[in-house]
Write a protein that binds this ligand. Structure first.
Ligand code: ZN
Length: 711
């Protein structure tokens, strides 16, 4: 911080750059609620600006960040793990999908056709999810949703929201986490933006405006200074719960009634529906009133009313099986397509993006829309200058659905034959719709995207290493591969412009904190084609350790090398045959041939292998530890056979996995326990031959309930 510029010209230039950079981060943080640098880095910029202004007081700019009262954002909000994960919801877009949801519930629970499945229906508020923890009936902690596992501590901020009671009445249980939505009413949102505009005008600065009520609520709640939150008109609706010591009722409807009785606001329109038809009627009624409601909603959430059924249904990936969000239809608008740009993704995929004349769709200003691929451009027949119809549904990226200037006598827009970033030829594999840059690791766009993916929130999640830093480190040759991130030192950072000791130390600490990443995150971070977050988790659960996973992969590579095309076999046929054989090696239920092929291909590529080996000299992926209940069957291999009376196979398997057991399809010497339903045939005989213990379904149910033990 002592290295001040030597000349006034240099100082003025740096102050100008700082003003622009800080304004940029203010906008990301406040308006878009999407900061790309850590609070520590942000603070370093502010301090650098202050030091320069102290040394060159006559150079202080009219738009200096130091003159912007209240513009400084939160600083660090502490991160805290949720006692119970905060889940997201699956979506339905049609009545048929809602009916299918209920049918799935029936199948899972094996309900008779005439057994009613009562649902609750409630408005889906476009707000910021929060978990409020009450201990001994006093509010002790409030967390944002965060990534569902870890949230941000906003306790003091939440205390300023009048809708949220500081205490619960005596009848409430000792521990109760209330979950709901912090939101801003439409009228309050408009008034806030007006106020910000007036304040900006009075001080002669550019107005800071929130894009929509959701962003305004998020930006207002996530403030380090709770005084700022208090000045913002935030409200709250309760809709669920997390960890509780007791529940006041056996149904969703009953608990919601209790919450209301305890003084928590419940969104208007909450109702119970005994049939699918009644639930959809509730949806239609809410949809008809949508424009008149004082707050923004984007759909209706249905939940299975019986809590014992919710318990049995459990969850899959990040969403519960017992709830679904029925989204309202997309909103549309017309605008002009100004240009088509090509973006290069981390796998080299060339994605055309439409640059649009700004237009408001469903309350949000849209300037870009994805055009997906060359086929989509041809299908729409779009060229720059055309009038197009834009559609936006919920959080989905806006799409162009129609071209009003369509004229098929014009030649189609020429899709580029070369990567705009590195000039390598664009390629399209047979049967694929996407063009890809063939530059691989020489393509800077792909390399930066891979690095950015590597540190992103659901991958290694390295705090403070946002896109700005990644790009500048990459440009300056400091980071070329993921492994290089772990070779950064405080000294290298301090040698760079605008790095202070605190921010350098913080970033190195954040990097060091990720030297033993969970196996699934590590796998996802590698950016293997088709290996998304869920697939990475499935693979990690199946193979549990890096060593186990690599043993399997080496087996796959050996098989790949030993499976050449047969004489006269087409490339497509050969690949399909190979992929199927590899899926058997990968041996993970949810992983199909295409994904198995991509996984093995990735590790068979020498430069990928070298990059991973280099990375492993810096980090050690941690074995996957199941979040399970210790039980008599933990670590055992179970086989279910015959016709189960009270359970579907899916539920039985979910129960077994929750107890730490693995479920196999056939009885072998490795089987520890067989659960036999009615009419169990050959498997039962085989179990008897091998001396494997067999229990009936009732005993299994007792085991799950904890009322029966195996000796
Ligand atoms: Zn390229």
């Amino acid at each position: 911080m002592t290295d001040l510029p030597e000349t006034e010209t240099q100082a003025a230039a740096e102050l100008e750059a700082l003003a622009a950079e800080i304004a940029h981060h203010n906008r990301l943080y406040h308006t878009e609620d999407a900061p790309e640098i850590s609070d520590a880095d942000y603070d370093a910029l502010i301090r650098r600006n202050a030091a320069l202004e102290a040394a060159f007081p006559h150079l202080v700019r009219a738009d200096s960040p130091s003159r912007q009262v209240g513009a400084a954002p939160a600083g660090h909000l502490a991160k805290v793990a949720h006692a119970r994960p905060m889940m997201s919801l699956d979506n339905a877009f049609s009545d048929e999908e809602v009916a299918e949801f209920v049918a799935r519930v029936r199948r899972f629970l094996r309900l008779a056709d005439d057994e009613p499945v009562a649902l609750t229906a409630e408005t889906k508020i476009d707000g910021l999810s929060c978990s409020l923890r009450y201990e001994d009936r006093r509010l002790v902690q409030a967390l944002t949703r965060g990534d569902g596992q870890v949230g941000e501590d906003v306790t003091e901020n939440v205390r300023t929201i009048a809708d949220i009671p500081a205490t619960l009445p005596p009848e409430a249980p000792a521990v109760f986490e209330i979950r709901g939505e912090v939101y801003m009413a439409k009228a309050d949102f408009a008034a806030l933006n007006r106020r910000l505009a007036d304040e900006a005008e009075a001080s002669g600065k550019a107005a800071r405006q929130f894009a929509n009520p959701r962003n305004a609520a998020a930006g207002s709640l996530r403030q380090k200074d709770a005084g700022v939150t208090a000045s913002r008109p935030l409200r709250f609706f309760a809709h669920g719960w997390g960890e509780v010591s007791a529940l006041p009722a056996g149904t969703q409807n009953g608990v919601v009634a209790a919450l209301q009785h305890w003084g928590l606001p419940i969104a208007e329109g909450f109702t119970r529906a005994d049939t699918v038809e009644a639930a959809i009627a509730a949806y239609r009624a809410i949809e008809a009133r949508r424009a008149d409601l004082p707050f923004d909603i984007d759909g209706v959430v249905y939940k299975v009313d019986r809590l014992d059924w919710q318990q049995r249904l459990g969850q899959v990936a990040r969403a519960p099986r017992w709830a679904i969000a029925h989204k309202f239809p997309a909103q549309q608008a017309q605008t002009t397509l100004n240009a088509i740009d090509i973006q290069v993704g981390r796998t080299g995929k060339l994605t055309p993006v439409a640059r649009l004349e700004p237009v408001t769709v469903g309350g949000v200003v849209v300037t870009n829309a994805t055009l997906h691929n060359a086929d989509e451009i041809a299908r729409l027949g779009v060229r720059p200058g055309d009038r197009v119809v834009l559609q936006r549904a919920g959080d989905v990226i806006p799409q162009i659905v129609d071209n009003l200037s369509r004229d098929d006598s014009r030649p189609p827009w020429p899709f580029p034959t070369h990567c705009p970033e590195c000039g390598s030829a664009a390629e399209r594999e047979p049967g694929e719709v996407d063009w890809r840059c063939s530059g691989g690791l020489i393509c800077p766009a792909q390399r930066v995207e891979r690095l950015r993916h590597f540190v992103s929130r659901h991958a290694l999640d390295i705090d403070g290493l946002g896109i700005t830093n990644i790009e500048s480190f990459f440009r300056d040759g400091l980071i070329q591969t993921p492994a290089d991130i772990f070779r950064l030192t405080e000294e290298t950072l301090l040698a760079r412009e605008r790095w202070a000791e605190v921010s350098a130390r913080n970033l190195i600490a954040a990097i060091d904190a990720r030297r033993a990443p969970p196996l699934d995150r590590f796998l996802f971070a590698l950016g293997i084609r088709h290996v998304g977050e869920v697939t990475a988790r499935d693979l990690a659960r199946r193979w549990t350790s890096w060593a186990g996973l690599m043993a399997m992969i080496d087996q796959g590579i050996a098989l790949r090398d030993a499976t050449p095309a047969a004489i006269g076999e087409s490339d497509d046929k050969h690949l399909a045959r190979l992929a199927k054989a590899l899926a058997a090696v990968v041996d993970t239920k949810q992983v199909g041939p295409e994904v198995a092929l991509a996984l093995i291909d990735f590790f068979a590529e020498p430069h990928n292998r070298a990059a991973v080996d280099d990375l492993l000299s810096q980090v050690s992926p941690a074995d996957l530890v199941w979040q399970t209940r210790e039980s008599a069957v933990s670590g055992q291999t179970l086989v279910f056979t015959g016709k189960l009376e009270t359970l579907s196979r899916d539920e039985a398997k979910a129960q077994a996995e929750a107890l730490g057991a693995r479920v196999a399809g056939s009885v072998s010497a490795k089987t520890d326990l067989v659960i036999a339903g009615a009419d169990a045939g050959s498997k039962l005989k085989k179990a008897a031959d091998l001396g494997v213990r067999v229990i009936d379904e009732a005993t299994w149910n007792g085991l799950v309930a904890g009322t029966v033990t195996l000796d």
